[in-house]
Write a protein that binds this ligand. Structure first.
Ligand SMILES: Cc1cc2nc3c(=O)[nH]c(=O)nc-3n(C[C@H](O)[C@H](O)[C@H](O)COP(=O)(O)OP(=O)(O)OC[C@H]3O[C@@H](n4cnc5c(N)ncnc54)[C@H](O)[C@@H]3O)c2cc1C
Length: 481
């Protein structure tokens, strides 16, 4: 006979993006005692920056947020790959790497030599050798861990490294190649993050893939399996600790202000949103101020997605993406390459860094015009087939220096008040590498730490409280718009 628990601890997960949903999913796996979890999400949908949108004139999907998933399995285990497989989602690999400079495509070393001359090729080979020498595949895989870069107490800016490339053509090529992945300028990030974004183009380090039918399917599958209760339209405003050592949240809900107390809280917010939350009382306020300041390196994205009645570029361009030097170096995705059967064509520009921030002030109509004008010659004829454009601005939504200048130990990243403080946990992609893989690692760490904490709560049995199974089932009220 099952024995019921006297006390079911309440867990609040604030933020219904990938970080919050991964945490809820992992916590269900790691906890060995019952708990009652509620996900509070400020907007009217779950998924955060993992959003597969659709055009109005045709039911053609496009990625408005995260477009690529990173497969680390060439080096070691890949928890995101494993999760995608567990969720039963089919994937499609992505390929690309061409860079358009002065309107002409550079795809091979021979192209580089032909365009820039023998000195450009030599400079590129030297840079590439140095990059691989500085960060091997194992170091790349472990680069989010403080231990792997203990000698990097005062890391050089990535810009200083780029300056060492003597040949101007090669420097321009490398800078443009990684600009939109960085979402920042080379002087705003360090060597480690810059090289990570360069080396990810080498399939020995990682491969790129996407979810067939749209990356947001990850969100739908997680929600389908999840037992946590979800409250949409509930924005966290302030946090303080109660006299009993619980965590008290003040939220703005569709029905007015909401005050709730929890034994355990996970804040799964992007850095810019975390910085808007008020933390009251010491040491909470100073610890969170310190945490927010350490990771305060905002970076920017802007997406312009274009729908065409057909894809006149087929045959001339067959890759999933390429990089153009327009917009300071921007990625141009052929999203329809993932759906070769589809009658329509979809192209997406991803602007990053200063260019994204500066262009964000322009109107959608203006940006769509610029995006059509900037298409390389391989896309000749596309304008005639243009149907509709959509713009998504993500200013300050990602991080230029994930992990901060000096990487912190994992416990410090996730438990800013320490183990002896209130049970307040932080999950964030900015604690790792600003990716879905990173936020999954972060969620995994917190789920383990919180699972252990729940366990330490001890066994409380009471005859009148619901059993584990029924408590969990009674708790299910998932809503997703
Ligand atoms: C344009 C773009 C392209 C990207 N491309 C890639 C890519 O190709 N590959 C990759 O791996 N990653 C990519 N990323 C990064 C990826 O999207 C993030 O790593 C991931 O979304 C982080 O998840 P998260 O849950 O931490 O944050 P978010 O996705 O930002 O989710 C946070 C959630 O919290 C909610 N929220 C905010 N404030 C509050 C509050 N006060 N109270 C309650 N809820 C709140 C938000 O509404 C949101 O739903 C990209 C990001 C952008 C913007």
């Amino acid at each position: 006979m099952k024995r019921p628990w006297a006390h079911i601890p309440r867990v609040a997960i604030v933020g219904g993006g990938p970080g919050g949903l991964f945490t809820a999913h992992m916590l269900e796996r790691h906890a060995s005692r019952p708990f009652e979890a509620t996900v509070f999400e400020a907007s009217d949908r779950l998924g955060g920056k993992l959003v597969t949108a659709s055009f109005q004139s045709l039911d053609a999907p496009y990625e408005a947020g995260a477009a690529e998933l990173y497969d680390n399995s060439p080096v070691d285990e890949d928890p995101l790959r494993e999760l995608v497989a567990e969720l039963g989602l089919p994937t499609v690999s992505m390929n690309g790497g061409a860079v358009w400079l002065d309107g002409e495509r550079v795809s091979t070393l021979e192209d580089l030599r032909r365009r820039g001359g023998p000195s450009a090729l030599r400079a590129f080979e030297a840079f590439d050798r140095a990059a691989h020498g500085w960060m091997g595949t194992r170091q790349f895989y472990d680069s989010d861990l403080p231990e792997s870069f203990t000698d990097e107490r005062t890391p050089a800016l990535f810009a200083q490294w780029l300056e060492r490339i003597g040949d101007p053509f090669t420097r321009r090529y490398v800078e443009r190649l990684i600009h939109s992945d960085l979402a920042a300028e080379p002087h705003q990030t360090n060597l480690r993050y810059g090289l990570q974004n360069y080396l990810m183009n080498d399939p020995a380090y990682m491969r790129l893939y996407a979810i067939e039918g749209g990356n947001e399917r990850i969100v739908h599958e997680l929600v389908r399996r999840q037992r946590a209760s979800v409250q949409l339209g509930c924005a966290l405003e302030s946090v303080r600790t109660s006299a009993q050592g619980r965590v008290r949240l003040t939220l703005r809900s569709p029905h007015g202000p909401l005050e709730r107390e929890f034994e355990h809280v996970v804040l799964a917010l992007s850095h810019d949103h975390l910085a808007q939350v008020r933390f009251e009382g010491e040491p909470l306020r100073s610890e969170l101020q310190r945490h927010i300041a350490h990771y305060d390196h905002p970076a920017h994205y802007l997406r312009i997605s274009l729908l065409f009645s057909h894809a006149p570029w087929r045959g001339a361009f067959e890759e999933s993406f390429g990089i153009s030097e327009r917009f300071g170096g921007a990625c141009l995705y052929d999203e329809s390459a993932r759906r070769p059967q589809a009658p329509y064509g979809v192209l997406g520009w991803l602007l990053g860094g200063d260019s994204a921030r500066e262009h964000a002030a322009r109107s959608d109509a203006e940006l769509i015009e610029l995006a059509l004008d900037a298409l390389p010659s391989e896309f000749a004829g596309a304008r005639g087939a243009f149907l509709e454009g959509r713009v998504h601005r993500w200013i300050g939504a990602v991080n230029a220096l994930p992990g901060g200048r000096v990487p912190e130990p994992l416990e410090r990243r996730h438990l800013p008040c320490g183990r002896s403080g209130p049970s307040l946990h932080i999950v964030g992609d900015y604690l790792y590498d600003s990716t879905l893989n990173g936020v999954l690692e972060s969620a995994h760490y917190v789920a383990q730490a919180l699972g252990a904490r729940l366990e330490q709560g001890g066994e409380f049995f009471h005859a009148n409280t619901p059993s584990f199974d029924s408590a969990q089932r009674g708790n299910t009220s998932l809503r997703i718009s």
